[in-house]
Design a protein. Structure first.
Length: 59
């Protein structure tokens, strides 16, 4: 039986891939995320947030 891990997914900036659990040092990755699909979108999520913040600053 496998154990369900939540909040345990990361996006590694060094290797440009999703990792689960222990992996590269946290300074080299983004997260944690609730699931693999969200971790895979880490760069897109960061870009979206940056754009939202820039829009707010412009107001």
């Amino acid at each position: 039986m496998s154990t369900l891990h939540t909040g345990d997914w990361w996006y590694c900036l060094k290797h440009m891939r999703v990792e689960q659990g222990a992996g590269c040092p946290n300074r080299e990755r983004m997260g944690p995320y609730e699931d693999e699909a969200t971790a895979a979108r880490a760069l897109a999520i960061a870009a979206e947030r940056n754009e939202e913040w820039e829009d707010e600053e412009d107001r």
